[in-house]
Ligand binder design. Structure first.
Ligand code: SF4
Length: 283
């Protein structure tokens, strides 16, 4: 799996998602010189992920991409809500500058679910319009990130089907709400995995530990080292984890979640997949 250097661009966003992890109390934008210095100091610049707030709102986003390309970056990925990409000219400008990888957050399969979470009327239509713009373009990579929360977990199978219909390259189901029981949403996650596999679309999960995923652990993005789940969470391990065969490679669980749901955790005492998973994790 390709690993990315992650560059936080600030908290400013055109959505107001109810479970946003960016601190918007004080709108913040990372300083351009600081970003350039970071890029220049990297000994080998291969892959970078631009994230935080909404990167496409920055007036200097093309400069940042061009700078990274000039310094040798091979892959530049933007984590975005996709709304700005509904303007095809802006999308082409980003691609002309050197960005061909887009990871688009989609909260719902319809405006009722999506716009309720983003708290912006019309945001669903703009995000869908960006997927529509990207669909026919060659030489791009589109991932849809589905952050799962209490307001959309019953809809995730529909979001997966919608994403497949746009021909996306990858789908990520990301656990996003520490107040939501992992066990309660697992059936919806398993159905979504099966739908995606049946339709030959690559699907991964984030934030679901080995003891929850069990035989589905090969779908955990954490194994491949490209997960962004840990950003914004205080991950820790439960005292029961000491007996788990995955203890050394499991990133853990949100500490608040463990406090409220410790009963859900039972360590994995043996796994026929342990060595395969360890090899993937270490590669
Ligand atoms: S280390 Fe803990 S949280 Fe991780 S899989 Fe094992 S029991 Fe679950």
């Amino acid at each position: 799996m390709i690993k990315y250097d992650k560059i936080y661009l600030g908290s400013i966003c055109n959505n107001k998602c109810s479970l946003c992890l960016s601190n918007k109390a004080i709108p913040f934008q990372s300083d351009l010189n600081t970003i350039f210095n970071f890029l220049e100091q990297k000994q080998s610049l291969e892959n970078i992920l631009l994230y935080g707030g909404e990167p496409t709102l920055r007036k200097d986003i093309l400069q940042i991409i061009q700078k990274a390309v000039t310094l040798g970056a091979k892959r530049i990925k933007i984590l975005t809500n996709g709304r700005i990409l509904s303007d095809i000219n802006t999308l082409y400008s980003l691609m002309d500058a050197g960005c061909f990888l887009f990871e688009i957050k989609l909260w719902g399969s319809n405006p009722v679910v999506h716009d309720k979470i983003t708290r912006i009327t019309g945001s669903f239509h703009e995000t869908i319009s960006s997927l529509n713009n990207l669909a026919p373009i060659q030489d791009k990579f589109v991932a849809v990130r589905i952050p799962i929360c209490k307001d959309n977990y019953r809809d995730i199978q529909n979001i997966v089907i919608l994403s497949i219909n746009f021909g996306v390259n990858r789908i990520i189901l990301s656990y996003n709400d520490p107040n939501l029981s992992l066990k309660d949403i697992l059936p919806f996650v398993i159905n979504s995995l099966n739908i995606s596999i049946f339709n030959r679309t690559w699907i991964l999960t984030e934030g679901f530990p080995f003891c929850v995923m069990k035989d589905l652990a090969k779908h955990m993005n954490e194994i491949y080292g490209d997960s962004i789940f840990s950003i914004g969470y205080n991950l820790t391990h439960h005292n029961k984890c000491s007996d788990c065969v995955f203890r050394t490679i499991c990133p853990g669980i949100d500490s608040e979640y463990i406090k409220n749901n410790s009963i859900e955790f039972s360590p994995v005492l043996e796994s026929k997949y342990l060595e395969d998973i360890r090899r993937l994790y270490e590669s």
